[in-house]
Design a protein around this ligand. Structure first.
Ligand SMILES: *[C@@H]1O[C@H](CO)[C@@H](O)[C@H](O)[C@H]1NC(C)=O
Ligand SMILES: *[C@@H]1O[C@H](CO)[C@@H](O)[C@H](O)[C@H]1NC(C)=O
Length: 749
């Protein structure tokens, strides 16, 4: 079996497993609410920002103190108001010099799309300046951008004579990402440090200490990595224990060569106080270790891996040394498109680095857990006077340095909390690209709310609710927000928990959207409760922002169960029950429109025949076809007259939405009434009845959509007369009648 075949077989197997292993099959879960760009803009405070003839908004920096959002894009840095990114924007042009652009062009790059300065990273540097770095037309460059320290008059200035070398800080290639963190005055970055994009390095620069990097061109250290995020995560009060964590994906070195190149996700660590070795690993990391980050769905015959790390968000928790890590992954499989969210605990990450080292051994060169003696101090530990006798990595014995150089990989992978993804989507038509999280205080505890950016320009709002018992949790998809006019992939996201705003960037624009829109859930207690949105609660009159401090009776909220029966009992608020009259003609068809707000609800129809007291469910028969937007009744009979009640059923709770009263008329009645202009002919409630009737004969006449009618189909008996048909044709421009399908049952339901 060839490599390709083996890989294909494994993918096929993975696919088959995924199909059966995933709860609810492979169908993607619909969001509870889907909100379009237009709706968000008109009703829910969506604001956007873009610069003329400028693309690629990629670097976002939230500055709460100055109240500014800094944005890096093609040839520009912009400073926007955090409260409203559409107002008081300041911009700074920062193009690459002409000579660099020419060089770039000579090197075979495209002058119009590649030989520009794409600003890739922005960090807060000190009280008055930002550090900004860009590709500089394949000539990475950095600058200190003056932003001032006064809130009232935002400054945005750059001194073009004081540029810094951006090599090892920004990528050369605009298609590559920059991952970095600024700690004090030092920048830790994961980047390709050469023009060809082959010399991948984890690099420390700026500051006063000499630069430090990974061993170059050693595939055991880094094997064609794509850097995703870098975090500084202290471990204790002692700064000597501070570590920097790099999240990336790369080609696996530890898998059997027969499987071809497999992508793996990683977390790498280094000590902040690493200064390199004395005799070997000079100016290289001596504390670099990496471990595999697994996000997979366990199956009986094997696991399905989400192997391509896309983004990581660090969520602080009560224990400040052990934040939670929310990570989004996609698959490298060409067979199916899927993404997942996995959650990791920092203690599990640290445990992997304290576990066995991976070691290649035996005639088959298998990767095994290293069983031999590990030198002291254990590689990966930071030099610290509190625990040992070594105050600097330069004092490390040679065997420690040698071991560190040869064993950068840990044997044990890091598994997600709960052992499986928190949330996944397969076959949804998009993949996850970005994630941010917010911890929200609700009436029944704290909930983590995730905002997931996709490659289709949408943001998914997902809450993590306990399942069984903590730490097991599952993700519920509350909202799908179309925050851009187009569908360009989300390239960057930032959250302001303080201002309750989300900032989203793509190739074409930056968008700002509040974290919640409680009114969108509905106007009744039950609707607010079913939404299970931790930001929202029923205050007795509306669905509104939940205030943990408010009096108990003003906060009806139950995120854990979302059960309106207990929460909303005694509350008289009802979802607006729309009552309408609908007319149909014998032998024709009619459409009873009823579309629940929640896409996760299903609709149940009951029928109460005119003059009868009891209701029965409308059976699923050919003549009564259920569609996503309502019930289509064909081959209407006189006996179909009566009241049709549509109810939305969600989480076992049923709420009535519409009561549609259908009158089926004979063709002759319809014709007679259509021709008369005399309202006095019309029985019970003349005005309404007449207006409704006009809707019947003039579809699209501007009435309520529930009255939209299909033109009566040629009924078998009585056949419409010539004059009747003409009469209708004169007055309607209804679509052609649909062909009647299937046998016509004379029996009524
Ligand atoms: C944001 O600012 C723009 C421009 O000044 C303004 O038109 C818009 O109404 C503001 N939006 C909000 C929600 O404040
Ligand atoms: C911030 O850093 C810039 C660049 O090094 C420097 O010019 C400026 O004086 C610094 N500002 C403060 C307040 O230290």
């Amino acid at each position: 079996m060839g490599r390709a075949e083996a890989a294909a077989m494994i993918l096929g197997l993975a696919l088959a497993l995924l199909w059966t292993a995933l709860p609810g099959g492979a169908a993607p879960s619909p969001p509870r609410l889907r909100l379009s760009f237009q709706e968000l803009q008109a009703q829910h405070g969506l604001r956007t920002f873009r610069l003329a003839r400028t693309c690629c908004y990629e670097a976002l920096l939230v500055d709460e103190e100055r109240g500014r959002l800094f944005v890096g894009a093609e040839n520009h840095v912009a400073s926007l108001s955090l409260d409203n990114i559409s107002k008081r924007a300041k911009k700074l042009a920062w193009p690459a010099p002409v000579e660099w652009r020419e060089e770039c062009n000579w090197a075979g790059k495209d002058i119009g799309t590649e030989c520009m300065n794409f600003v890739k990273l922005l960090h807060s540097y000190n009280r008055t300046h930002l550090l900004a770095c860009g590709t500089g037309a394949f000539h990475p460059t950095c600058a200190f951008v003056e932003v001032g320290h006064r809130l009232e008059d935002p400054v945005l200035r750059l001194d073009p004579r004081r540029l810094e070398d951006g090599k090892g800080k920004s990528p050369y290639d605009p298609r590559h990402r920059a991952a970095s963190v600024l700690v004090g005055e030092e920048l830790y970055s994961g980047v390709a440090a050469d023009l060809m994009g082959r010399d991948f390095t984890i690099f420390r620069s700026l500051g006063r200490r000499p630069s430090l990097r990974t061993e170059p061109h050693d595939s055991r250290w880094l094997n064609e990595p794509k850097f995703i995020k870098v975090f500084w995560i202290p471990e204790s009060e002692n700064p000597d224990d501070d570590k920097i964590y790099f999240f990336f994906r790369e080609s696996a070195v530890e898998t059997a060569p027969a499987l071809g190149r497999l992508s793996v996700s990683r977390v790498g660590q280094i000590c902040r106080n690493d200064v390199g070795g004395q005799r070997s690993l000079v100016n290289k990391w001596t504390t670099f270790l990496k471990a595999r980050l697994v996000c997979s769905v366990p199956g009986v015959e094997g696991d399905t891996h989400f192997d391509q790390l896309q983004d990581v968000f660090l969520l602080s928790s009560r224990d400040r040394w052990t934040p939670l890590l929310y990570a989004v992954f996609s698959t490298s499989s060409g067979v199916f498109q899927g993404s997942a969210v996995c959650v990791y605990s920092m203690s599990d990450v640290r445990r992997a680095f304290l576990g066995p080292f991976a070691h290649k051994e035996g005639p088959m060169h298998q990767w095994v857990a290293y069983q031999g003696r590990v030198p002291y101090p254990r590689p990966g530990m930071c030099p610290s006077r509190t625990f040992g006798t070594f105050s600097s990595t330069k004092d490390f014995p040679d065997d420690v340095i040698q071991f560190a150089r040869n064993h950068p990989l840990m044997y044990n992978p890091i598994l997600p909390v709960g052992g499986r993804p928190l949330f996944l989507q397969v076959g949804a038509g998009y993949t996850f690209t970005q994630v941010v999280a917010d911890r929200v205080a609700a009436a029944d505890g704290h909930y983590d709310v995730l905002f997931i950016g996709t490659d289709a320009g949408t943001v998914l709002k997902v809450i993590s609710v306990p399942k069984g018992g903590r730490p097991n949790a599952e993700g519920l998809l509350l909202e799908e927000l179309h925050v851009f006019e187009d569908s360009a992939a989300v390239t960057s996201m930032q959250i302001s928990s303080k201002r309750h705003q989300l900032y989203v960037a793509s190739r074409s624009a930056v968008a700002q959207i509040p974290l919640y829109r409680c009114a969108a859930h509905g106007r009744a207690c039950s609707e607010c409760c079913l939404a299970r949105d931790p930001y929202c609660a029923w205050d007795g009159a509306t669905c509104t922002r939940f205030q943990p401090s408010a009096k108990r009776r003003f906060r009806r909220q139950d995120i854990k169960n979302g059960d309106p029966r207990t929460l909303c009992s005694g509350d008289s608020s009802q979802p607006a029950l729309l009552e309408r009259k609908v007319f149909g003609v014998e032998g024709g068809s009619t459409f009873l429109e009823c579309e629940p707000r929640s896409l996760q609800a299903h609709v149940e129809w009951t029928f109460q025949r005119a003059g009868e007291g009891t209701s029965t469910p409308v059976p699923a028969v050919e003549r009564a076809e259920r569609t996503a937007r309502g019930l289509l009744l064909r081959g209407l009979q006189r006996g179909d007259s009566g009241a049709y009640l549509c109810a939305a059923v969600e989480q076992g709770f049923s709420q009535p939405l519409r009561r549609l009263v259908l009158h089926v008329l004979s063709a002759a009645q319809a014709e007679r009434l259509a021709r008369t202009e005399d309202a006095s002919l019309v029985p019970p409630s003349p005005k309404l009845w007449y207006r409704d009737f006009l809707q019947l004969v003039e579809p699209g006449g501007g009435g309520a959509s529930s009255l939209r009618m299909c033109r009566p189909q040629p009924a078998p008996r009585p056949a419409p007369s010539e004059s009747q048909r003409k009469g209708r044709n004169r007055r309607t421009n209804a679509p052609e009648p649909r062909a009647e399908r299937g046998p016509r049952s004379a029996a009524h339901w």
